[in-house]
Design a protein around this ligand. Structure first.
Ligand code: SF4
Length: 351
């Protein structure tokens, strides 16, 4: 039975919540007093109802700051969130991210209720390839294992041998090459080109790729990198693996979002520039207030669809579209490919 809607906070509770949010860094990010008051009335209610529903809220690093700093129980990249959702004891998962992520949570937690506050939040990469396309690739390249980026639908994962994220793609694909002369990587073309370059593999012959792209990362302009270096002497420039090879060749560090955060934490530089979705830079500013950040970022329209009202609605009385289901047969096959990723990624960490 669902609990009845949560009450409104008292004036004192609201003030305490405003101060909590401000202390978390929202004021630093430009939230004015009115923004904080509106945000606090929602975050207070969400945090009050969450334990009653035995729910957990994972938040992807590209989510809005009020989600990440106001209500998320854990924040991470695709790999970290998939792993943490699999380990969580909660009865419900309210996934603040996009559809393929919520599907992944459901595949790994078939017994849990998984809710996606913004059911229309998709991903240009996940929409770039279908299960039928993967079957076609396998027919054209018999014997070649399929490594699918986690940014894919459950149906595509079910057709794949192993799932990868930007944090482990290089190492897992490298391991596949130790046993196979040819590997299929889908669907991100730019990441595929970056992988071929770093692994020293011939595109098309050894590494077969697809033509999908991320609408956020494929637009960054490599020509402005030199300009930023002139404007900010000593700047360390970090780029996501979904950026173009031309840009990747000019930066100081390439990796997934978790890798980029760790790089900032462990290095000293007068400025950092994170070439990725804007949410990561905002989060970095709150985590490392003593470091200076220069922005070359873009917003993901899918990630930014998730708002606090939708999170509250999914907890109080979810709309039919907010509940995520994956057919059992597809979930079973997709889970095998995901578990293979965990095995290979953990193996890599131990070695
Ligand atoms: S940033 Fe790109 S890859 Fe990530 S959800 Fe948005 S469109 Fe998809």
């Amino acid at each position: 039975m669902r609990p009845s809607p949560t009450p409104q906070p008292t004036a004192r509770e609201l003030q305490a919540e405003i101060e909590r949010l401000s202390g978390k860094g929202l004021s630093e990010l430009g939230y004015c007093a009115g923004d904080l008051a509106r945000t606090a009335s929602l975050t207070w209610r969400i945090n009050a109802i969450k334990p009653l529903r035995r729910a957990v809220i994972p938040g992807h690093v590209y989510q809005r700051p009020e989600i990440l700093l106001g209500v998320a129980d854990f924040i991470g990249d695709s790999y970290q969130l998939a792993k943490l959702c699999g380990e969580s004891q909660a009865e419900a998962v309210v996934f603040c991210g996009v559809r393929f992520m919520a599907e992944t949570a459901k595949i790994l937690n078939p017994e849990k209720e998984v809710l996606l506050p913004a059911p229309e939040a998709g991903c240009s990469l996940a929409e770039a390839i279908t299960a039928k396309d993967v079957r076609g690739l396998k027919a054209r390249h018999p014997g070649a294992p399929v490594a699918a980026y986690i940014n894919t639908s459950a149906e595509v994962k079910a057709e794949s041998d192993v799932i990868v994220t930007s944090a482990n793609a290089h190492r897992i694909v490298e391991r596949l090459f130790a046993q196979h002369p040819k590997v299929i990587f889908v669907p991100d073309e730019l990441m595929g080109r970056n992988l071929a370059a770093t692994l020293g593999r011939k595109l098309g012959e050894e590494l077969v790729i697809w033509k999908g792209s991320c609408i956020v990362h494929d637009k960054f302009d490599s020509f402005s990198i030199a300009l930023y270096r002139k404007m900010y002497p000593g700047v360390k420039i970090l780029a996501h693996m979904e950026c173009s090879p031309a840009l990747v060749a000019l930066v100081d560090f390439v990796g997934g979002t978790g890798d980029m955060m760790r790089y900032v934490e462990k290095t000293r530089a007068p400025y950092y520039m994170m070439v990725t979705e804007c949410g990561l830079g905002e989060l970095a500013r709150t985590r490392f207030p003593d470091k200076n950040f220069v922005f070359m970022c873009r917003l993901c329209p899918h990630m930014k669809m998730v708002g606090l009202r939708a999170v509250l609605r999914s907890l109080e009385s979810p709309l039919p579209g907010q509940s995520v289901e994956v057919p059992v047969e597809i979930a079973g096959k997709a889970a095998i490919a995901l578990r293979r990723m965990f095995e290979l990624a953990e193996d890599v960490c131990k070695s």
